[in-house]
Design a protein around this ligand. Structure first.
Ligand code: URA
Length: 290
């Protein structure tokens, strides 16, 4: 996939969310103007779109289905596989049941373009849950969340608070890769939100850390810039519970803005989240009762 050096460069830029800064066709890797990459962005996405990548034919579960880049209105399938019935989601008794019910989902235009459905992974009883935006290229290939460069940094961030990736649960707002890693459209996020809610109901985390502006907006309903609200506790009601939410920067943003201030901010946010988890476990015996 990345045999050619230009392709490797391009993949790296795509991982870092700066793909759209490269003009096409690419004759040679171009330096990214410092003013464009170092300007504090109020929110890590949306990422510039420059390269429509129609899904490979083999990747489309429904040949001929309109792609996410098509201008034709997307027609949701009516069958329970293409569009899992809400009862199947609501009654899923475990994460495995839920994944089985929704893994063929074509309820929004992202479905036909995915290579793999990225359900989420981690400890099904995790006290700490991370919610990102949506799968990127590596995640789409592997069917696992946060396995690319941003994922490597997320693992380090989790390690910095004394946990391992497997101790937490990691999911995304949307389970299928948006083309060109663009921000999921509101209707795409809405189509997927019930799945995330059911995941949260089943996991019952003590704290959710939202990564970047998209999960904060789509899950918690807070649209303020992430730079302004990161580090400030929010709450989300899911089912019968109100769950504390700690908004922090997306790891892809941290990679782009690799300054001491940004890294320290993330460290403080995660430290606060971990302290709250420890307190909740201690105060309420969450580990055994919940
Ligand atoms: N970015 C996300 O928001 N989620 C992933 O799974 C990977 C990159």
């Amino acid at each position: 996939m990345t045999d050619h050096p230009l392709q490797a460069w391009r993949d790296t830029l795509e991982d870092l969310g700066v793909m759209g800064l490269v003009r096409e066709p690419m004759a040679a890797p171009e330096p990214i103007p410092a003013t464009q990459v170092s300007r504090p962005a109020p929110h890590p996405g949306p990422r510039p779109v420059s390269r429509p990548t129609p899904p490979p034919a083999a990747a489309s579960p429904r040949p001929g289905a309109p792609s996410a880049t098509s201008s034709a209105p997307y027609v949701r399938p009516t069958d329970p596989i293409g569009c899992p019935p809400p009862e199947a989601v609501a009654t899923a008794a475990s994460l495995a049941d839920l994944e089985r019910a929704i893994q063929g989902c074509l309820a929004c235009p992202l479905g036909p373009g995915r290579l793999k459905f990225v359900f989420g992974e981690g400890d099904p009883k995790a006290r700490l849950m991370f919610v990102g935006e949506g799968p990127g290229r590596d995640e789409d290939l592997q069917g696992r969340p946060f396995v690319g460069k941003a994922g490597e940094l997320l693992d380090k961030m989790i390690g910095a608070i004394g946990l391992k990736r497997e101790d937490a649960y990691i999911a995304n707002v949307v389970k299928c890769r948006p083309p060109d890693n663009r921000t999921p459209a509101p209707d795409e996020a809405r189509a997927c939100l019930g799945y995330l809610h059911r995941q949260i109901e089943l996991i019952r985390p003590a704290v959710i850390v939202t990564l970047g502006a998209t999960p904060l907006r789509e899950l918690v309903g807070v649209s303020e810039g992430i730079t302004r609200v990161r580090g400030q506790w929010k709450r989300v009601r899911v089912g019968d519970r109100e769950i504390p939410v700690m908004p922090t920067f997306h790891p892809a943003y941290v990679l782009r803005q690799y300054t001491q201030d940004v890294r320290r901010a993330v460290w403080e946010d995660l430290k606060a989240a971990k302290e709250w988890v420890d307190k909740a476990v201690e105060d309420q015996g969450l580990k055994t009762e919940d």
